[in-house]
Design a protein around this ligand. Structure first.
Ligand code: GLA
Length: 394
């Protein structure tokens, strides 16, 4: 049984145990790793994530025929035992927040669909996933996009990738309390296998960029965990918005290096640093897309080193152990690939894009780091996969 078959079996069994009948259908939505363009999405710029072979799977089917009111019943198989990790709420009237995060993802998706005028048929679902939680690999976006797709499929809404992404983002913004941008949800909804997704976060136009076949994507999990909602993520977003306002632009997307330099003395130093990260990071996205397509690992090494440094110093979202690991891996790779912090930061993962042969050097560097680290890091190779889709069972 492969990884996905095991997840499907788990969702199917969970559904059966929770509701006493077989589910009728399944959908899946992947997590993502961002290759470049960090903390750029909510500034309306370009980003370059790719979907990875870790995902959320939802088994679903009709509601209990004897239920008095139209409800949505959900069981989240990774969030506790079968009795505690359940939710049930009425689909008519205003949707109210639940007691915890995962319930609010489900309720938030139904609320967001309502905002677009979509009414759902009563349904039941069981959710299972293998995207590591809190690692910066978008377990939340995978969850939200899978939920939106399950609802769309079951109620025949026919939502396309952009709408699935928007619905999942609204759920997080309005019900989960995270002011995230649209990158993770778009990567989960719209990615193409073997490609990264060059996404314009202002227009949502996107272009799949082929990943050169000599390259490998390695994600190095530091084991350090964060919670997006509680972290300084919302604060960083607010700082970027304050910088854009002070610069007189709608978003930092509309600011370039010369404009920022001219305003240096009038901007609060912390806002200047945040804007400097965003403006320089935006300049790295297209060159990384080119390097990814052509397999130019020297270029990847330089650009990803600069990106990490900027996240650590100007945007202040790294931690000393993460900087140390990035340095060790970067030194081991030399020109054979690049490495940097990926995702929101404050913990989580590094991503390395390197030649296939260089993966042994990454493992050696991680072993050297682990020899003195409080928490061991772990490297895994991921494949770039397609975005969310119904699962056709043979
Ligand atoms: C989190 C958010 C995204 C994005 C990244 C940082 O993953 O959900 O919208 O802002 O952080 O690039």
């Amino acid at each position: 049984m492969d990884r996905r078959d095991r997840l499907i079996a788990r969702a199917r069994q969970g559904y059966r145990l929770a509701y006493g009948v077989e589910p009728t259908r399944f959908v899946a939505a992947p997590g993502r790793v961002n290759l470049i363009g960090e903390h750029v999405d909510y500034n309306d710029g370009f980003v370059l994530p790719c979907a990875i072979d870790r995902e959320a799977i939802i088994a679903f089917g009709p509601a209990d025929k004897n239920a008095k009111n139209p409800t949505l019943d959900a069981v989240a198989l990774d969030m506790g035992d079968m009795a505690s990790a359940r939710d049930s709420f009425e689909l008519t009237g205003a949707i109210r927040p639940g007691q915890n995060n995962w319930q609010n993802h489900v309720r938030g998706v139904v609320h967001a669909l309502g905002r677009y005028g979509h009414q759902l048929r009563p349904m039941r679902m069981a959710i299972a996933g293998d995207v590591p939680i809190g690692a910066g690999l978008s377990s939340s976006a995978a969850f939200g996009v899978a939920l939106a797709l399950a609802c769309s499929e079951y109620s025949g809404l026919g939502l396309g990738p952009e709408m699935l992404a928007k619905v999942a983002q609204i759920a997080e913004n309005d019900f989960v309390g995270c002011a995230c941008g649209i990158m993770d949800q778009m990567a989960s909804a719209a990615s193409v296998a073997g490609h990264a997704l060059l996404l314009d976060c202002r227009t949502l136009e996107h272009l799949p960029i082929p990943i050169h076949r000599g390259l490998r994507i390695t994600v190095i999990d530091t084991g350090l965990r964060r919670s997006l909602t509680e972290s300084a993520f919302n604060e960083r977003r607010a700082e970027c918005e304050a910088a854009a306002k002070a610069l007189g632009v709608a978003a930092l997307r509309d600011c370039d290096a010369a404009m920022l330099d001219a305003a240096r003395d009038s901007l609060e130093p912390v806002l200047y640093c945040r804007a400097l990260h965003v403006v320089t990071e935006m300049g790295r996205v297209e060159p990384v897309a080119v390097a990814l397509a052509t397999g130019d690992t020297r270029m990847l090494a330089d650009l990803m080193r600069e990106a990490h440094l900027s996240l650590s110093t100007n945007f202040d979202v790294s931690l000393p152990p993460i900087d140390r690991l990035a340095r060790l891996v970067g030194e081991a790779l030399e020109d054979a690939g690049g490495v940097r912090l990926t995702g929101a930061g404050f913990g989580g993962c590094l991503v390395a894009v390197s030649t296939k042969d260089a993966t042994a050097a990454i493992d050696d560097a991680v072993a050297r780091y682990n020899a003195d680290a409080d928490l061991p890091a772990r490297a895994d190779m991921f494949s770039p996969v397609s975005g969310a889709a119904p699962i056709a069972l043979g």
